[in-house]
Design a protein around this ligand. Structure first.
Ligand code: PMP
Length: 358
């Protein structure tokens, strides 16, 4: 009975959609979770439940002040959301009219820009990255009727950074027509290339951040949208109340103390150095081609037996992510940098695979 009612009532635009294939949805078992670009490090934080009978603040001061200080911006230039994913959807709902407006994305890139646009009945214009994963600046600038341009930097899943000159050209081209959203989910792994310090220069710049990656807090679901105050004020009209539960706010406040930021930065340095080691080791394995100049906490490699490798690793509890269906990423697998033990186990398992395959 209900399914008939659902069929009758559902927004017809949503019928063909499938839920986002998150890493956690694709696999539930396994011992080494190297498929969602999470941090391998555990956290030491405490929670005080004494005020849980009250609603939390909608934009908790302890979160906003702490993150504004960390990002080097004014607190009026910040909104905290339920993960960066909510920021993506909020931008689309706030700045695009359903059935009329479009966003621009540059595949292969993060999947949620397209999914959020589709669920909001907003059009998607795709300007693929060049084959070296740089932006097709001419193609982007030749695209009209877009309200939001999503640029992921470093890009997921290629890990590549965007050139300053290219992104500047894009932001300037759209100065009077669109917001350019730079998704910096992985920026801590390449902090020199942040755009968060350029808001004064570019009124149409928006920067997305998250605590899910370098801060090792994916389970909290906490992200930030950084932009000039008029943009933030528009987003505040649309966001549902209380996006950040009180326990989350308490933990974020602890994560943003100088000593915990310092600890996070040491973990980032460790993961970056593990990435370099893992890349060099993987490149020695038969038939493995490393892909992209990765500046994030994952790597991408190509192998003609990618499906079999994936299947073997998963059978051994080593979860990685198949990217082979993404544009220009045929035969590519993405692996999150894990703990030293996990990275070593990955190499040992690959050696075992090649020994039995060869
Ligand atoms: N942007 C990119 C590029 C990502 O890879 C992710 C998460 N995989 C997100 C945004 C979403 O982050 P959050 O966990 O904060 O929703």
């Amino acid at each position: 009975m209900t399914s008939k009612l659902v069929d009758t009532l559902i927004n017809a635009n949503l019928v063909p959609l499938k839920p986002y294939e998150s890493a956690r949805r694709l696999f539930s078992g396994g011992q080494d979770w190297l498929n969602a670009n999470e941090s391998p490090f555990a956290n030491p934080y405490d929670i005080d439940a004494s005020n849980f009978n009250r609603y939390p603040s909608c934009q908790p001061d302890k979160v906003i002040n702490g993150y504004a200080a960390y990002a080097g911006i004014d607190k009026s230039q910040l909104i905290v959301t339920r993960g960066a994913d909510e920021g993506i959807e909020l931008l689309i709902r706030t700045f695009c009219t359903p059935g009329e407006d479009n966003i621009l994305i540059c595949p292969p890139t993060y999947g949620m820009y397209a999914i959020s646009a589709e669920t909001c009945d907003v059009g998607i214009k795709r300007v693929p990255l060049n084959t070296d994963f740089s932006l097709d600046v001419a193609g982007i600038c030749a695209t009209d009727n877009v309200n939001l341009v999503f640029i992921c930097a470093p890009n997921n899943p290629t890990g590549t950074q965007v050139s300053k000159a290219d992104l500047t050209a894009v932001i300037e081209h759209f100065a009077d027509t669109a917001l350019v959203v730079v998704d910096e989910a992985y920026i801590e792994f390449d902090m020199d290339n942040t755009w968060a310090n350029k808001l004064a220069q570019y009124p149409n710049l928006v920067v997305l951040r998250t605590l899910s990656k370098a801060f090792a807090l994916a389970g909290l679901r906490c992200g930030f949208t950084i932009a000039n105050e008029d943009i933030i004020q528009a987003l505040l009209k649309v966001i549902a109340p209380y996006p950040i539960p009180e326990p989350v706010a308490q933990i974020v406040a602890q994560a943003l103390t100088p000593e915990n930021i310092d600890r996070m930065q040491q973990q980032v340095a460790f993961l970056n150095s593990e990435r370099t080691t893992l890349q060099a080791e993987l490149a020695k394995r038969p038939g493995v081609e490393m892909v992209g100049d990765v500046k994030a906490n994952y790597i991408l490699f190509r192998h003609s037996e990618c499906a079999q490798i994936m299947q073997y690793l998963v059978s051994q509890g080593m979860l990685i992510r198949d990217q082979s269906k993404q544009l220009n990423l045929q035969n590519c697998l993405r692996v999150t940098i894990g703990s030293a033990e996990q990275n070593q186990r990955l190499l040992s398992l690959l050696d075992a695979y090649f020994a039995q395959a060869g």
